[in-house]
Design a binder for this molecule. Sequence first.
Ligand code: FES
Length: 118
Amino acid sequence: MTERLSSTRAGIALGPLAQIPDGTARNYVLKIGEAYFHGFIVRQDNNAFGYVDACPHAGLPLAQELDHYLTSTGDLIMCSWHGALFKIQDGACIGGPCAGAKLTPWPVIVRAGELYTA
Ligand code: FES
C-alpha cells in the first residue's frame, strides 16, 4: 500500500496563487518519493490557508467532488461526509461530529504571487 504523508518539507513550488479563484479552494496531491501527500488550499484575497486533506472525524478526505471544500456561502470549510464545519483561518471545527477538533495545518506561503510549502 502507498504511504500517505501528513506533512511536506518547505520550499516546494505549488504554482501560481491565481490558479485558485478568490474565495474558493483547490486540492493538491504531491508525489514525494514513493509516497503521496494530499492537501488543499483555501484562497481569501491574497492569503492562502493550507490543510492536510483528512477530516479529524473519520480521517477521510473532505471533498467527494474535486475542489469542493467550502460551504455554499464560501465562509467555512465543510467535510462532505458528515457535515463537519471548520473555520478557514485556523481549521478549528465549530460544528458537526468532531466539534472542538482541528484540521491539521499544511503551512504554505505566497511569494510574488506564487505558492510554496512553508
Ligand atoms: S469524515 Fe468528516 S465529518 Fe465525518
